[in-house]
Design a protein around this ligand. Structure first.
Ligand code: FAD
Length: 550
């Protein structure tokens, strides 16, 4: 009698559950058993902060599928509260611990999808009651219960990453005072620092006390709750602490079994998600993947890649292999009405990868036509390869229309588009949705102008160097009076042709305006008149990103 192929899956949320369901669609004959040490599978971990904040009121809405549904619809056995504790690769078995005891389960194929665990450095007091991580539904129940039973009024969130900011918003929604303590010098570390300035300003505007650059050192119990102490000696009182400084791949099982890990600590896989053991695959937050833009190894703990990998690995196990393209780290975060999103490389990642020949543009367009009421600015940064114009990465922050632009750019990056493709992109337009020249087109136009050499960009960082140059501001006098760069001379754009004789042709002329449009016009005029004129990209709004005022 022919025996069925036995596929065992460790971890049943984003990557594991996707893989199980897809595998059944690809192969009706194999036996699929999914183990999760938690109480639930296939739950919406991305929705957890909103359950704490009472935005999602019914906990059941977080459960996307139940073990019963897996059994009835897909003929997949799901064993919750079953922890896989050991892999015996030689015998091709796993050891599983549950309330019923310890069992050994044989496999033909093993898929590891155990995710990533919250980082917990050895800080004194981190185990005290009232300090929580946010990883699963029971965690959120504990947090909700604590807020209610203690009538919590002050929360400290440690870490200003995606989860930290989402938790800050939701704790505020529950009426708590919120302080965020971040060890680094910026919130949302995946963004470039100047883009994070908008995040800082927005948190402040919404009453969140954001403290940067001072790592948390310890937690001390007090008569009224907890005191969070920092390295610099500050102390913050709290009734509740959310500890969210990041995650690390859950590699203990794989490591103990001698499965190869990558240099960043995730499980090493090939483009079909196969580990160093041909019978064992791995997907989701636990694996190290290839950065689509830089080609380097990276850890990207996001739901989209985990789901895509789950689907792809099922095809590989079913004998219909496809190749995983890598991850471009497209991510979005919303808090207090602000959206911050990014895709592909940032300047930080390019520098880390040793890629230096890139161009960058800044722009601050409205999310839709300015004449239609309610337009909101989007602050955008686009990075591209200076040689071939390929789009490398984009970041955007604003209140409306941010994720739409980043999604378009994410697709452009995946299709290896060049900036001239953005210039030519035909996107939907009516006044309430966009502009005839959409922000995507404008970003493409600015970048193409640079790439073709029609415009030269002056580096904002170069202002620190006193060098011999003229700083020309072409805004109107009242705008100039309200704030300008040190040492700038003011010749409004409309007067420039008549007054360009006042400028010294032997010096570089760095031109500034409000958002970089009038300065671009001025640069074109000056360059055609023999000046070495360069545009300060994104104008005074970008200057304020590099030199924020409180
Ligand atoms: P997980 O979804 O973490 O699942 C792993 C499962 O494996 C867990 O249930 C665990 O119990 C189980 N497991 C681990 N070890 C064992 C073992 N030895 N035996 C049995 N079972 C085991 N991503 C986004 O893209 N957008 C978002 O908005 C977003 N928001 C998030 C908000 C929060 C609060 C959290 C926690 C994450 C968020 N993420 C978000 C990240 C996203 O949820 C993860 O990237 C994704 O869930 C990873 O999928 P995974 O299957 O690899 O791991």
């Amino acid at each position: 009698m022919e025996t069925k192929k036995r596929v065992l899956i460790v971890g049943g949320v984003a990557a594991g559950a996707s893989a199980a369901a897809r595998l059944r669609r690809m192969d009706e004959t194999c036996e699929i058993v999914l183990f999760d040490k938690g109480k639930y599978v296939s739950f919406a971990n991305c929705g957890l902060p909103y359950y704490v904040g009472d935005v999602i009121l019914d906990e059941k809405k977080l459960l996307l599928a139940t073990p019963q549904l897996f059994q009835e619809r897909f003929n997949i056995q799901v064993k919750v509260e079953h922890e896989v504790t050991k892999i015996d690769r030689a015998a091709k078995t796993i050891e599983v611990k549950s309330a019923q005891g310890v069992t050994r389960e044989p496999y033909d194929v093993l898929l590891l999808a155990p995710g990533a665990a919250p980082l917990r450095p050895p800080l004194p007091g981190l185990d005290l009651p009232g300090i929580f991580v946010v990883r699963n539904i029971p965690d959120t129940r504990l947090i909700r219960g604590w807020i209610e039973s203690k009538q919590a009024k002050r929360a400290v969130v440690v870490g200003a990453g995606f989860i930290g900011l989402e938790m800050a918003e939701n704790l505020k929604l529950r009426g708590l005072e919120v302080t965020i303590l971040e060890a680094g010098l910026q919130a949302l570390p995946p963004l470039d620092p100047e883009m994070a300035v908008f995040v800082h300003q927005h948190l402040k505007k919404h009453g969140v006390d954001l403290q940067l650059g001072d790592p948390v050192a310890s937690f001390v119990p007090t008569a009224s709750g907890l005191s969070v102490r920092t390295k610099a000696g500050q102390a913050y009182g709290a009734d509740l602490v959310i500890f969210s400084i990041g995650v690390k791949p859950e590699t203990a099982l794989a490591k103990a079994a001698g499965i190869e890990l990558g240099s960043l600590g995730g499980i090493k896989v090939d483009d079909q998600m196969r580990t160093s053991d041909p019978s064992i695959f791995a997907v989701g937050d636990v694996v190290e993947v290839k950065d689509f833009v830089t080609g380097l190894g990276t850890l990207i703990p996001l739901a989209g890649p985990a789901n895509r990998q789950g689907r792809l690995v099922a095809d590989a196990i079913a004998g219909k292999p496809r190749s995983f393209r890598g991850v471009q780290a497209t991510a979005v975060c919303g808090f207090f009405g602000l959206t911050a999103a990014l895709t592909g490389a940032t300047e930080k990642t390019l520098k880390r990868a040793g890629i230096t020949d890139y161009g960058r543009v800044y722009l601050h367009p409205g999310n839709h036509a300015a004449y239609y009421p309610g337009a909101k600015p989007i602050h955008m940064k686009l990075l591209f390869d200076r040689k071939d114009g390929r789009v490398l990465g984009a970041q955007a922050v604003g209140e409306e229309g941010v994720e739409k632009r980043i999604d378009v750019l994410a697709m452009a990056i995946q299709m290896k588009a060049q900036v001239r493709d953005l210039e030519e992109a035909e996107l939907c337009y009516a006044p309430q949705f966009g502009a005839a020249k959409d922000p995507i087109n404008v970003a493409g136009m600015i970048a193409s102008n640079l790439q073709r050499g029609d415009v030269v960009a002056a580096p904002w960082e170069g202002l620190a160097d006193p060098g011999t140059r003229t700083i020309l501001d072409v805004r109107d006098p009242q705008e100039f009076k309200a704030g300008h760069l040190d040492g700038a001379v003011n010749i409004p754009l409309n007067d420039l042709r008549a007054r360009m004789g006042e400028l010294d042709k032997s010096m570089e002329v760095w031109v500034n305006c409000g958002v970089g449009q009038r300065s671009y016009y001025a640069v074109r005029t000056l360059r055609q008149n023999g000046f070495n004129a360069q545009n300060l990209p994104g104008g005074y709004q970008t200057y304020r990103m590099f030199h924020p005022v409180d």
